[in-house]
Design a protein around this ligand. Sequence first.
Ligand code: SF4
Length: 269
Amino acid sequence: MDDMGNMHKGTINFLHQLRTVLAYHNEIGIESYPKDSHVSTFLDLEFQAQAPAPVSKATTQVQTRKESEQISKKSLVTLSNIAGEVAVCHACELHKSRMYPVAGRGNDAARLMIVGDWLVGGEGAFPPGQTFGVAQEQMLNRMLTAINLPQVDVFITNVIKCAIPESCQPQANHVLSCSSFLRRQISVIKPEVICTMGMIAARAVLDRPHSLSQLRGKFHDYALDGEHSIPVLTTYHPTYLLRNPEMKVATWTDLQTLAKRMGLQPVAT
Ligand code: SF4
């Protein structure tokens, strides 16, 4: 078809669209138009609305990639949002004793989520990023090295997200108030395995009244949603192990169970 033929076809299409729009306007009670330049703008907009420009395959691929990037960023933002909420939380009376907020440490792709009880703030503040305490984290790092799990694969947090003085003891109502932060972190990270360390952590995650000695050493289920669950192993908190070193043997047995579940090869026995 030559240029003249193309132009003729374009004119017929335009007149057809114009007739459709005028018929529609007539139906909804528009019988006349203002005689100024705005009418052409208005009609152009009508056509654009009725006939969106075709989207090329390349444009669709770029949009899909941008959407994936946005979903990925959304996960990161969600963890950071939770930390932001923790920093200003007044949901329970522990905020009055808060020495500093402790949302947790790690990234949203962590394979293992370690959940402790709470951080006892000392006289001098811990270095930034401490979640369990200096000596406790040194012990924890040795444990992770022993089961051959890189720290980048671990997210560490506590049930109680405020570091509080030794004189404060979290109560059941504080755990209840703070647990929503933990549940949201678990939903964002969706770790392969959760390891609770300490009595409060075990009860908060598993919602069971049993003692730690009854719960430890075997896997339990954390219901992520109606269809999925995450295996949970419970063991002792490093603070307890520092005071009761004889319990390290039992904890090492627990860690080997954890390593086996995650397909890791422990480097020490
Ligand atoms: Fe909020 Fe938890 Fe701190 Fe209570 S302990 S004030 S619920 S962050």
